[in-house]
Design a binder for this molecule. Structure first.
Ligand code: ADE
Length: 425
């Protein structure tokens, strides 16, 4: 059942799921001490009072804590999904029923519904946009130029969104500031690496229940997400092959101890393939043709474009659903290929996304980036802006403090030494 109401401003699967969602949101909060501190401060200071805000994020227990922080801050907010298959319906229900936050997101919604929700978000006439993949910002720029005057800025969560924003800027159409949350150290070092690393394998295991030990896992892309997935797959006993197009990342993968080769060679070796490149058709017909019978393919990059599923369907006589999030394609060459999560983010489709402890820092960056945009309204140039180092370091400091870990501090002598150049050998 779908509960729809524009008066109440929500479109979620089923409001009766709210109690289970609330319990899971509270559970996630245990691992999100930095964002909880921000929630408390925002409730006192109300830094976003009077600001209309839309967030386009994966609707998870962790996003719920970001939404609560923004509501505490006084924002008039609305949340939509950033992917048709990543919504946790119980969380969406609880945000509406228990926290009074408007949500438009249903797991498994079709592309038309997804796009309609983007339009509903823009109908909210936002001053701030929190994007994960840049769909709201791109639609604003393409279709709602007349609303750009309302915009204070946008914040972007993921590598794919940053690439899109940079392309917009290069074409001269990004005419407002955009905070690059993805590139904060307290975001990509942890979320992209440890978050994607763990949750991607979690998604594969929940979808298939296969043993990873002894399998050959091919990882396409050795950015932070690929590094994390490769590291964790090796930790589970898999033989890992990396494919890359960038020479530096290729050397890095070799020196990290992985085999590196082109996809056309790796295709015949792999038992499981994971794409994390951000680019399209990384696995395509010539690769499917030479894969082993029963090879599994999945994606952990933002969009469902990395695996050429249209071509796979054309190479196949039929496909059938064999488990949740698991489809078996029967190829005309007599072999079959298993597609996980319909080629969408496997960690969010079949599992719960990154664990709360890393999203704590990612979403602390999001919350503080919104506050920064409002504090600096009218002062920032159009285009991408890094998260200020003081904010990044403060999030790291708070995280360590919450973990009960202390660091050394520089002595006066060390500070002087670091600021001098006269003493050498
Ligand atoms: N992106 C990856 N994992 C996520 C999560 N748990 N919540 C929100 N966005 C995510």
């Amino acid at each position: 059942m779908t509960a729809t109401s524009t008066a109440l401003k929500h479109e979620v699967k089923d409001l009766s799921l709210a109690p289970g969602g609330k319990q899971r949101i509270e559970w996630a909060g245990r691992e999100m001490p930095v964002l909880r501190q921000i929630q408390e401060r925002f409730a006192q200071n109300k830094p976003l009072a009077g600001i209309r805000l839309v967030a386009c994020c994966h609707v998870t227990t962790e996003t719920a804590h970001l939404a609560i922080a923004l509501k505490n801050a006084g924002a008039d907010g609305l949340l939509i999904a950033s992917n048709p298959l990543s919504t946790q319906d119980d969380v969406a229900a609880s945000l509406v029923a228990d926290y009074g936050i408007p949500v438009f997101a249903i797991k498994g919604e079709d592309n038309a519904t997804y796009n309609r929700h983007v339009q509903i978000a823009l109908d909210h006439k936002p001053n701030l946009i929190i994007d994960d993949g840049s769909d709201v910002t791109a639609t604003l720029v393409k279709e709602r130029q007349h609303q750009i005057g309302d915009i204070i800025g946008t914040t972007e969560e993921t590598t794919t969104g940053i690439v899109r924003l940079q392309a917009m800027f290069n074409q001269g159409v990004l005419t407002f500031p955009a905070m690059n949350v993805n590139d904060a150290d307290t975001k990509h070092f942890f979320d992209n690496r440890y978050g994607t690393g763990q949750s991607t394998l979690d998604g594969i295991i929940r979808a298939t229940n296969i043993l990873l030990a002894g399998k050959t896992i091919v990882i396409a892309g050795y950015g932070w997400c690929g590094k994390g997935a490769a590291m964790r797959a090796r930790g589970m006993g898999a033989n890992v092959i990396v494919t890359e197009i960038d020479p530096i990342k290729g050397i890095e993968a070799v020196m990290d101890g992985f085999r590196v080769m082109p996809m056309i060679e790796a295709a015949s070796h792999g038992d499981v393939f994971i794409t994390v490149t951000g680019n399209k058709h990384v696995i395509r017909p010539e690769h499917f043709e030479v894969m082993k019978d029963g090879a599994m393919v999945c994606n952990s990059g933002h969009f469902d474009i990395e695996i050429d599923l249209k071509s796979l369907a054309e190479l196949s006589t039929e496909y059938r659903q064999v488990r949740n999030f698991t489809q078996q394609y029967f190829l005309k060459n007599g072999k079959s290929i298993i597609v996980l999560g319909e080629g969408r983010l496997i960690n969010l489709a079949a599992a719960e996304g990154h664990p709360s402890a890393v999203m704590d820092m990612s979403f602390a960056n999001q919350a503080l980036a919104c506050e920064y945009l409002v504090q600096n309204k009218g002062k920032l140039e159009p285009g991408l802006h890094s998260i200020p180092t003081e904010i990044d370091k403060e999030i790291g400091r708070l995280k360590l403090q919450a973990m009960g870990i202390s660091l050394d501090t520089l002595t006066t002598e060390q500070v002087e030494y670091m600021n001098s150049w006269t003493s050498g050998t």
